[in-house]
Design a protein around this ligand. Structure first.
Ligand SMILES: Cc1ncc(COP(=O)(O)O)c(C=O)c1O
Length: 453
């Protein structure tokens, strides 16, 4: 009889936090910015695949990937090799002034995932999601000659001045920082689980579109609107998937009024939902796309992609000293190799994108199954490995306290996870997660939820 290998389990050598972790956290508390949050006592030392080991030797299963960043897991040999090879050639020259083959070919590769016949796209490289968002908004204003930007409630677009102005998820990101960017308005996001504007799960998309048209009649002249920026699947706001008719309706609305449609794919993009970009679950084509996080497995690089007909800003009008630096670009190439399946990751089928779809479907089905045992799991939603788990009180209202307790109970059992929205745990593991590893994580979640009951 053959015995199956035992699936790997978290290995907690000390109770959390261990002594080295506690000591580093104490030093961290003395010298790092008071703005940093420290929700979980964990100080990483090294990682391998979907596993992260802390400075005390505790090995945890990573179900959040540094907020949807570590697409290929930790220290993926293909990414490490690409970075090592590039860093020994040159680290920096400045892409704003000198072309570099590694970024030229990265742009060529990235536009292939969005171009349609007869349509060309161009890429601007930055270092972070917020920079990509700033670039998108600057381009939209520059191209249209209009100033107003519409964003959504619940959105997150980053921490720079433009980006916090656009952000609509929590007031703490704005309190005490004003004045912010003028001419920015927020409209509800069509959340089928909590439909806004007195709508239903089926009608919430149309209700938001009608609301925007209403604003154009009463508050904001449509011909002064440069862009609508939206996450095609909302991340920080609660891992929300809008109804299928919404993005096509939004595209039509933008076309009617000559407004640029910006899709912020910083969190949901780069294969996480099982497609390269989350908007590609629809037939809609935006004018501008922002990408960061999962693009380079943790190396800092971001991209703002725009249709060639839109990228009309003049020479010298925008740039970045480090943006598109060659070492990060090498990591992005290696990440794309794995996402596209040019390089195969053992146990992950054709490609990591494919794996995200398949294993994500398994996780989603299992979590939906858990809703019977745990009635406080009000909603399980998402696509691929972009999954939100919303905790509710018996009256259906969000239960943030229970979510916090669940999140900590999972952490204490060896599962790294992260909250979002008012009462949601986001499940955004590395896309190399196998079905067996997913099952291990789900078992930890089940155990933690039983302890809560
Ligand atoms: C959708 C979205 N846009 C932009 C950002 C900002 O990215 P960064 O923190 O890299 O500036 C984030 C970060 O969470 C995000 O989720």
């Amino acid at each position: 009889m053959t015995t199956l290998p035992k699936p790997r389990q978290p290995d907690l050598k000390t109770s959390l936090p261990g002594p080295k972790t506690a000591a580093i956290m104490a030093r961290d508390a003395l010298h790092l910015s008071t703005s940093y949050m420290r929700p979980y006592p964990f100080v990483p030392d090294h990682g391998e695949g979907v596993w992260l080991t802390d400075v005390d030797g505790n090995t945890m299963l990573d179900f959040f990937a540094g907020i949807a960043v570590s697409t290929t897991g930790h220290a993926h040999p293909h990414v490490v090799k690409a970075v090592q090879e590039q860093i020994t050639k040159f680290t920096h020259v400045c892409l704003t002034d000198y072309p570099q083959e590694i970024t030229t070919s990265l742009a060529e590769r990235m536009v292939r995932h969005v171009e349609k016949p007869g349509e060309k796209w161009r890429v601007f490289f930055g270092n972070s999601g917020a920079e990509a968002v700033e670039a998108a908004v600057k381009l939209a204003r520059n191209h249209t000659g209009r100033s107003h930007i519409i964003s959504t409630i619940g959105s997150f677009h980053g921490r720079t001045y433009g980006a916090i102005t656009l952000t609509g998820s929590k007031t703490k990101y704005k309190r005490g920082f004003g004045p912010l960017l003028p001419n920015v308005s927020h409209v509800p996001y069509p959340n089928p689980f909590r439909p806004p504007l007195g709508s239903t799960p089926e009608t919430c998309g149309q209700a938001v579109l009608d609301h925007i048209e209403g604003l154009f009649q009463t508050v904001i002249p449509a011909d002064e609107v440069a862009a609508i920026i939206i996450e095609p699947m909302q991340g920080e706001g609660g891992y929300i998937v809008p109804p299928a008719d919404f993005l096509p309706g939004l595209r039509a609305l933008c076309d009617r009024h000559g407004i640029m449609l910006i899709f912020d794919e910083v969190q949901a993009g780069m294969g996480r939902t099982g497609k390269m970009y989350s908007f590609q679950h629809s037939d809609v084509q935006p004018d501008i796309i922002t990408v960061a996080k999962g693009i380079a497995s943790g190396m800092p690089i971001s991209a703002m992609l725009a249709r060639e007909s839109v990228m009309t800003w003049p020479v010298g009008s925008h740039g970045s000293t480090y943006g598109g630096n060659p070492v990060a670009a090498a990591a992005a190439h290696a990440t794309l190799d794995l996402l596209e399946g040019v390089v195969k990751h053992p146990g992950c089928g054709d490609s990591l994108m494919h794996n995200a779809a398949q294993v994500g479907e398994f996780i989603m089905a299992e979590l939906k199954g858990m809703q019977t045992e745990f009635p406080f799991l009000g909603d399980v939603r998402g696509a691929g490995m972009f999954i939100g788990l919303e905790f509710v009180k018996p009256d259906g209202s969000p239960d943030g306290k229970l979510r916090d307790a669940a999140s900590m109970a999972m952490f204490e059992r060896g599962l790294l996870n992260l909250d979002c929205g008012e009462a949601v745990i986001r499940i955004s593991p590395p896309l190399i997660l196998t079905r067996e590893e997913a099952a291990t994580g789900l078992e930890i979640m089940r155990d933690a939820l039983r302890a809560l009951k």
